[in-house]
Design a protein around this ligand. Structure first.
Ligand SMILES: Cc1ncc(COP(=O)(O)O)c(C=O)c1O
Length: 321
């Protein structure tokens, strides 16, 4: 057999180029088509490997990260896993700061990959599995302090352009070429907003009529300008009810759509049973939102969504019980 060799120099080079799948079983009966980008097939089993790699690459290039310097970041587990992989490959000690509200398998995975994990208590009356904007503010305070104490590089996913650029330079173009330019809509559950912003900006440059929607939890739709009545929800990785996100500033948003924790859960279960795609709450939120949009304002569209991370990260939650 004449097989050409293609050996990567580290697993970091295996980040990206994930498959795009038509959800044609779930989509039967819907007016339109849903395309799902399988980001849980990245080495850290989530889409956040991409910004982790891009932020470290850019910091190395612009000199803000010195050889051997410690890297610190707050994470819901996925960004930290990506950073643990890239930092491990390149010899940077990495400290992940995470809320105790996120599922414990994330902390175990980051430790296994060589990260130091600092877990931060949730606010009083908060429930495990439900991380609010207030919980995140506590995590941010600890990350800031640890970064200062250790003279570390802060791989700040809420402000460093590498987060946005990972999706603008890679995720967006991959989606466009894999679909043969057939995509007419995109919706995304927002945490830092880097994924939404990068892909939406790229899509709008291809065709300004591509419809881009921000997905938020019901009761925590601050970006949509709604009153925040239920900041606690099970959709880990986003929905922090922040009124503004740096990456969304100046970017066209065609609409906002809300999903409940139950809708996200039901959709994640359907993805597993009907499509064989094992994902988490936020992927379910994206699917539930896409179904709502195809049944409403975006009927007839080809809409793409992210499968943000693997269902294995939620085995301890009630998603799979
Ligand atoms: C599982 C999951 N879904 C969604 C998001 C939100 O992505 P972004 O920060 O690009 O808005 C994250 C971010 O960490 C995540 O971990």
């Amino acid at each position: 057999m004449n097989r050409s060799t293609h050996i990567l120099s580290s697993v970091s080079e295996a980040i990206g180029d994930t498959p795009l799948v038509g959800l044609d079983r779930i989509g039967e009966g819907l007016d339109g088509r849903i395309l799902a980008k399988l980001e849980m097939l990245n080495p850290g089993f989530s889409k956040k490997d991409r910004p982790a790699l891009q932020i470290i690459d850019e910091a190395e290039k612009n000199g803000s990260l010195k050889p051997g310097q410690t890297v610190v970041e707050l994470t819901s587990g996925n960004m930290g896993t990506g950073l643990a992989i890239v930092c491990g490959n390149r010899g940077y000690p990495f400290v992940a700061v995470m809320s105790k509200g996120n599922s414990p398998e994330r902390a175990r995975m980051m430790s296994a990959l060589g990260a130091e994990v600092i877990l931060v208590d949730q606010t009083e009356n908060a429930s495990q599995g439900q991380v609010s904007g207030e919980d995140l503010a506590r995590v941010e305070a600890v990350a800031k302090r640890v970064a200062a104490e250790r003279s570390a590089f802060r791989a700040d996913q809420f402000s460093l352009e590498g987060n946005f650029r990972a999706h603008y330079l890679h995720t967006g173009p991959e989606l466009w070429s894999q679909s043969g330019g057939a995509i007419t809509a995109f919706c995304d559950f927002v945490g830092s907003g880097g994924n939404y912003a990068g892909v939406a900006r790229y899509f709008k440059e291809q065709n300004k009529d591509i419809q881009c929607y921000v997905v938020e939890p019901e009761g925590a739709a601050a970006l949509a300008g709604q009153a925040v009545t239920r900041p606690d929800h099970p959709i880990q990785g986003g929905g922090y009810a922040m009124e503004q996100l740096k990456f969304l500033r100046g970017l066209p948003v065609d609409g906002y759509v809300q999903v409940s924790g139950k809708e996200a859960t039901d959709a994640a279960r359907r993805l597993a049973r009907e499509e064989g795609i094992f994902s988490g709450f936020s992927s379910g939120a994206n699917l539930a939102a896409a179904c709502k949009l195809l049944s409403g304002p975006l009927s007839g569209h080809t809409i793409c969504i992210m499968i943000c991370d693997s269902g294995l990260k939620y085995l301890s939650t009630d998603l799979w019980s």
